[in-house]
Design a binder for this molecule. Structure first.
Ligand code: RP5
Length: 155
């Protein structure tokens, strides 16, 4: 994430991955404030065994795009609502409009996007991992059952 101030939302990423037994590391690395650190991190990620990068940032959110420029690993971007910003639309526009050839899978603004970035990463990893695939299918079936079991609202 681009700042420690993003953690309130981005903590949902590792919390969601934990449910599927997927390990993760959480780092604050700003594309604008620590560009060299970001380059080093992204360039070494694959050799350290990292499979997917999930980047959350607010304001002029360059983090996911610059990360994608430095690695061919899948990069998922979560636009965040920063306190001095434009409600997250600023970050959404910055993250979603990548030039062709350098993709960032862009999720929804804020917590729903953070959770779904982890869910999407889980689905990608499930393609090559039976245990994760089974855990994901179980989660989806239970989620569906929760909706089916939901009592109708009082009229
Ligand atoms: C972005 O600027 C960060 O991702 C954060 O959402 C926003 C504000 O950062 P702070 O001023 O709170 O550190 O780079």
């Amino acid at each position: 994430m681009g700042s420690k101030s993003d953690w309130g939302v981005m903590s949902s990423v590792s919390a969601t991955l934990d449910k599927f037994g997927i390990g993760s590391e959480n780092r604050v690395i700003s594309a604008h404030r620590a560009p060299k650190l970001l380059t080093e991190y992204c360039e070494s990620a694959r050799n350290r065994g990292i499979k997917i990068l999930i980047c959350g940032a607010g304001l002029a959110a360059a983090l996911p795009g610059v990360a994608a420029a430095h690695t061919s690993l899948p990069v998922l971007g979560v636009p965040l609502e920063a306190s001095q910003g434009l409600g997250g639309m600023d970050a959404l526009m910055a993250i979603v409009q990548m030039p062709p050839g350098i993709p960032v899978g862009t999720l929804a603004i804020g917590k729903p996007g953070a959770i779904n970035a982890a869910m999407l990463a889980t689905a990608i990893l499930a393609l090559g991992d039976e245990q994760i695939s089974t855990a994901l299918e179980k989660f989806r079936a239970e989620q569906t059952q929760t909706i089916a079991d939901m009592p109708p609202p009082d009229q």
